[in-house]
Design a protein around this ligand. Sequence first.
Ligand SMILES: Cc1cc2nc3c(=O)[nH]c(=O)nc-3n(C[C@H](O)[C@H](O)[C@H](O)COP(=O)(O)OP(=O)(O)OC[C@H]3O[C@@H](n4cnc5c(N)ncnc54)[C@H](O)[C@@H]3O)c2cc1C
Length: 457
Amino acid sequence: MENVIAELSEIVGPEHVLSGADLSDDYSHDEALSVEHQKPLCVVRPAAAEQVSRILRLCTDKRVPVTPRGSGTGLSGACVPVPGGVVMSFERMKRILEIDTENHIAVVEAGVTLDELNTAAAAKGLVYPVFPGENSASLGGNVATNAGGMRAVKYGVTRQHVVGLEAVLATGEVIRTGGKLVKTSTGYDLAQLIIGSEGTLAAVTQVIVKLVPLLEHRATLLAPYKSLVEAVRAVPQVLVTGVGPLMVEYLDQFTMMAITAQSGVDLGIPANVQSDAQAYLLVVLEARTAARIDEDVELAGRMLSERGAMDVYVLPSNAGTKMVEAREKAFWSAKAAQASDVIDIVVPRASLPAYMERVKEISMRHAAMIPGCGHAGDGNVHLAVFEQDPDKRSRILRDLYDSGRALGGVISGEHGIGTAKKKYFMALEDPAKIALMRRLKSAFDPAGILNPGTVFD
Ligand SMILES: Cc1cc2nc3c(=O)[nH]c(=O)nc-3n(C[C@H](O)[C@H](O)[C@H](O)COP(=O)(O)OP(=O)(O)OC[C@H]3O[C@@H](n4cnc5c(N)ncnc54)[C@H](O)[C@@H]3O)c2cc1C
């Protein structure tokens, strides 16, 4: 193993191989609540695709596991290292290579964060519209998890915005797939296969994404409901108006109280309404002109009222921004409240009312608290499970996943399988599909060194 460290040092320089006392605990985990931290042999920090290629070739030859790592904000334990393995961190690959204002494309290295990309794009009147709630996440990590987030209801997820990749296979071969293209029909779409593969098929070194023009006018509507089921039942109706909301989020009462207490946001809603409300819809609209936004607010507000909202509040712009920021931080509130796990089942959005009924029934049957919030417009719920006993928690999770699947849903809408959900994925997914995935994995990574333990053992 000392040889491995010496050879890695030759590739990237000794100062970019961290081991022993230099190894911070940060590299031993992501943000998943239920996954144990693991110390790697070392962390290697390449600066270019050519170095990534040499590292992977070396690790394939020596059969050393490699865990790619972006910013470590993942929620499924997918970048938790294998003991004795190497963490390959993309923190030095941070160049924004191009913001192309004519093709509306950005070309970035994998370690560039969402924040950095959006600062550069905004200077040119553009935005990368995918908005997974943590701005410090890297584009490489976003690609590997197929990150979604609050704006997916309007713009789609990472998959719909990546038009090309540069990636390195475990053998060290560098491939470029796609490009600054609106379309391609030229053989298998390898970029789409790598997206969502959680670092198990290839190391992504460069990402080419679509940008969209920034729309200046925004409005935030908050609609309280007497029940959670009523709140989510209104979602398809809001979408059918054609206002094309930027966000349609739900929050149950527990979550709303937790995030407002933590962020200090004043909803400006009468106390009696707040105490009666069991759930809220948070709807954000955006448009090119003030007149258009007024029209859309009127229409969406009317639709929410007709569909059972106790009232509809248009938040002042500052309060609207704060409310969205508080919602983004719901995970931290759940963590502070000592949630044992946060999961992200997705069902068809019209099945959300039925799913919420089942969650309530599961919560009562197991006598466990399961509050949540989520991207209601996508049918994607983030449930915080409060149950310290691992066996009991496992039974609760299995019930939640089974119920979601019975309604046509899947285990993860955006956080991925990682190490945290692997046993449920294996138990519930079609064996023929798993077998095909395994064959694809060995075509990309014959020695099985890339992120072993994530998705598959
Ligand atoms: C408060 C909070 C809110 C969040 N909200 C959302 C949300 O709304 N929607 C959402 O989708 N996610 C959300 N997330 C999860 C997280 O931000 C995303 O999963 C993000 O895409 C992870 O990016 P990262 O750079 O931190 O990746 P990491 O956590 O470092 O890694 C995640 C996966 O990507 C792989 N990987 C990283 N870089 C590369 C690379 N260059 N090549 C190959 N594989 C790589 C890793 O091996 C691992 O499998 C949230 C997280 C937090 C903490």
